[in-house]
Design a protein around this ligand. Sequence first.
Ligand code: S3P
Length: 170
Amino acid sequence: MLLALTGFMGSGKTSVGRIVADALGCPFLDLDAIIEKAGERSIPEIFAADGEEGFRKLEEKYLRSTLGKYSGSTAVLALGGGTVTVPGAIPLLQEKTLCIYLKATPESLAGHLEGNSSNRPLLQEGKLIENIRERLSGREKLYREAAHIILETDGLSPKEIADEIIIDCL
Ligand code: S3P
């Protein structure tokens, strides 16, 4: 089973995913890291050179190839916060993964992202909390559509979220 974690930036996809993969003894995959490694460019470099549109094209390409490569195996995949906006991503995630939405309030996300958003090109403009509120309200529906399971994560540590996934969702 391929477990995919979705949710906004700062929702803990990567830290929770690592813990779950460790506990299951299976590979941990991070879509952003796969894209960075493949092109030998950081996410901010990709956005600076090719814009958001260029990044989404790469995201679509590596989402498809990763789901193809790991279909039928056990692995945990942390998606990017915007992967659900990629055309065709939602049906693909529904069909090929067990997709879990790590749902958090804008306040809790801002708490995680405060002082920790310099490598996230989409969070460079305006006031952090307003940026999060606006983007999240546009994406909430997409996260819900992609996910088989929604986990409310406010107030929980990555370990507690991972335990909940292992005990209640698998
Ligand atoms: C993005 C989220 C980032 C990364 C890129 C765009 C988004 O991933 O893919 O900066 O559109 O929400 P994380 O959610 O892992 O920060």
